[in-house]
Design a protein around this ligand. Structure first.
Ligand SMILES: Nc1ncnc2c1ncn2[C@@H]1O[C@H](COP(=O)(O)OP(=O)(O)OP(=O)(O)O)[C@@H](O)[C@H]1O
Ligand code: SF4
Ligand SMILES: [Mg+2]
Length: 440
C-alpha cells in the first residue's frame, strides 16, 4: 500500500498513483464484502468463552485521495459477557470507527475493515434444513403439543372446508407476547461476514445508540411505526398486534410515562431526553446481547444525562447484556465501566479494569487525561491541556505516536513504536517506560 509524506503538497501524478493503488485494494475488499459465502467461512470460535466480543488486531482504513487514513490501526480488546467496557480518547482517535466496524457500518467503498478479527458470540435462531427458524411449542403434562384454534384478524375462529374449527400447535411466547423459537449459540467473525449476513446481528443482537437520536429516527414515521418495525423484522411470525404490544412494553421499560401517546407521536414532538429513551427502547426491542452506545448522553442536559445512564445500567442488568460505551467523558466511564480502553491516534495505548485505569494509570497520556478531568473542587476553570498535536493520520510515524507531547521520554522512545506490556493479569500499557529491561 502506497503512502505519501504529508510534508509537501501532492502532485497530480502522486494523487493518481494513490487513487490507483486505493482502487485496487478497495475492489478486493468490496468483492469480499459482497461475496456469497457459506456460513462456515465466517463462523469462528472465541478465544475465551467468557467473552461476548473479541476484537483482535483490527485495522479499519479510509482510502482517501491524499493517502490511507489508518483510523483504527491494530486494535485488540475484549468484552466479557455481562460487563461494560468504556472506550475513551480524544476526538478523532478512532472510537466511532471502531464501533462502526463492529456493526459493519463503515462508509464504503472508501471506509473498509482492512484486517483483523471481530468475534461475536451470537445467540441466533436454530434453523431447519430449509433455513427456517424452528418454533417452540407448548406441551401438556404428558409431553403432547397443545393445539389451539386458528383465528382471523378479528379473533373469530377460522373454519376448514368441512366447517370444522381449524387448530394449530400453540407456540410459546415470552413475557412480551413474542413468539419463541429454538436458539443456538454461534460465534461469528464479523470481519469475514458478507454485508448481507449482517442483518442477523445488526439491530437484533448488537444494537447501537448514537449521540443524536434525530439522525437515527425517521422524521416521517411515528415512534410506534418505527418500533413495531424492529419486532416485525427480527421476530418471525409476529403480527402487527404482537409488535404493538411489544413496542408499548419497551416504551414502558425505558420509563416513558404515557407509552400509548408516545407510540403515536412523531420524533419532532418529543424532547431530546425522550428521543434518547425511545432510541434505547428501539435498541432493546431486538433483544440484544450487546449494546454499543456512542456518546449516548453528550447532547443532553446534565440531569437528563444521569437519568439515561441510570436507565442503561438498569437495562443491562435486566437483559443480562453487555455494553460498549464510547465517550470522551471520564466521569461517565468512572461511573459506568468495568473495563476501560484508552485509545490514541487509532491505537490502544492502555487498557485495564476501571480501577486500574483510574487509580493506577500508567501511560503518560492516560495520566494527562486524568489531570484534564474537571472536578467539583478544582479551583481553576481552565482544563489541564496536553500540549502538542496528534500526528497526521495519513503519515503516522514508526515511533510512539505520543512522543511529541510526552514529557517523560527516554532514549528508547526514539526507536520503534512500543509493544503492549502486560503489567497485571488485566492491565496493559504500550509505553517504553514499562518494558522489562527498563525497570530492572
Ligand atoms: N469518512 C471518513 N473519511 C476519512 N477519514 C475519516 C472518515 N471518518 C472518520 N475518519 C477519520 O478517522 C479517524 C477516527 O475518527 P472517529 O470518528 O472514529 O473519531 P472519534 O474517536 O469517534 O472522535 P469523536 O470523539 O470526535 O467522535 C479520524 O482521524 C477521522 O478523521
Ligand atoms: S513510549 Fe516514550 S514517548 Fe511514548 S508515551 Fe511512553 S515515555 Fe512517552
Ligand atoms: Mg465519535
Amino acid at each position: 500500500m502506497e503512502e505519501k509524506k504529508s510534508s509537501h503538497y501532492l502532485t497530480g501524478k502522486e494523487i493518481r498513483a494513490i487513487v490507483k493503488s486505493n482502487n485496487k485494494i478497495i475492489r478486493v475488499l468490496e468483492k469480499k464484502k459482497h461475496r456469497k459465502a457459506q456460513e462456515s467461512e465466517f463462523v469462528s470460535e472465541m478465544k475465551d468463552a467468557r467473552n461476548i466480543l473479541e476484537v483482535e488486531n483490527l485495522h479499519s482504513y479510509f482510502f482517501t485521495d491524499q493517502g490511507v487514513v489508518k483510523a483504527v490501526n491494530g486494535v485488540s480488546f475484549e468484552i466479557p459477557q455481562g460487563s461494560t467496557v468504556g472506550v475513551v480518547g480524544e476526538s478523532g482517535c478512532g472510537k466511532s470507527v471502531t464501533s462502526m466496524s463492529i456493526m459493519q457500518l463503515l462508509q464504503g467503498p472508501y471506509g473498509q475493515i482492512y484486517d483483523g478479527a471481530i468475534r461475536f458470540k451470537s445467540y441466533d435462531f436454530k434453523r431447519d434444513a430449509q433455513g427456517k427458524p424452528i418454533p417452540i411449542y407448548e406441551k401438556d403434562a404428558d409431553g403432547n403439543v397443545i393445539m389451539e384454534p386458528v383465528t382471523d384478524k378479528k379473533g373469530n375462529p377460522k373454519l376448514d372446508r368441512d366447517g370444522n374449527p381449524m387448530t394449530e400447535p400453540k407456540q410459546k411466547r415470552d413475557s412480551y407476547g413474542t413468539r419463541q423459537f429454538e436458539m443456538e449459540e454461534k460465534t461469528f467473525d464479523i470481519a469475514q461476514m458478507p454485508i448481507k449476513e449482517m442483518h442477523r446481528l445488526r439491530g437484533r443482537q448488537i444494537a447501537m445508540i448514537f449521540q443524536e437520536p434525530m439522525t437515527s429516527l425517521n422524521p416521517v414515521f411515528t415512534i410506534g411505526n418505527q418500533l413495531d418495525e424492529v419486532t416485525l423484522l427480527h421476530f418471525p411470525g409476529s403480527t402487527r398486534e404482537d409488535a404493538k404490544k411489544r413496542s408499548i412494553e419497551m416504551l414502558n421499560l425505558v420509563g416513558i410515562a404515557m407509552p400509548e401517546r408516545v407510540y403515536k407521536s412523531y420524533p419532532h414532538e418529543l424532547s431530546g431526553g425522550m428521543r434518547q429513551r425511545v432510541m434505547i427502547s428501539m435498541a432493546l426491542a431486538g433483544d440484544p446481547r450487546l449494546i454499543i452506545a456512542d456518546e449516548p448522553t453528550t447532547a443532553l442536559d446534565v440531569t437528563i444525562q444521569a437519568q439515561i445512564l441510570d436507565l442503561l445500567r438498569e437495562l443491562k442488568e435486566r437483559i443480562n447484556g453487555s455494553i460498549l460505551l464510547i465517550t470522551h467523558d471520564l466521569g461517565i466511564i468512572a461511573e459506568m465501566a468495568d473495563y476501560v480502553v484508552v485509545m490514541y491516534a487509532g491505537r490502544i495505548i492502555e487498557k485495564g479494569t476501571a480501577s486500574e485505569i483510574f487509580h493506577h494509570p500508567m501511560h503518560p497520556y492516560t495520566i494527562g487525561l486524568q489531570k484534564s478531568k474537571p472536578t467539583m473542587d478544582s479551583e481553576t476553570d481552565s482544563l489541564f491541556n496536553i500540549p502538542g498535536n496528534v500526528p497526521n493520520p495519513i503519515d503516522m510515524p514508526n515511533y510512539c505516536y505520543f512522543r511529541e507531547r510526552c514529557s517523560g521520554c527516554i532514549k528508547k522512545c526514539f526507536g520503534d513504536y512500543p509493544e503492549m506490556v502486560q503489567v497485571s493479569p488485566t492491565h496493559w500499557v504500550a509505553c517504553h517506560l514499562y518494558e522489562k529491561e527498563e525497570t530492572e
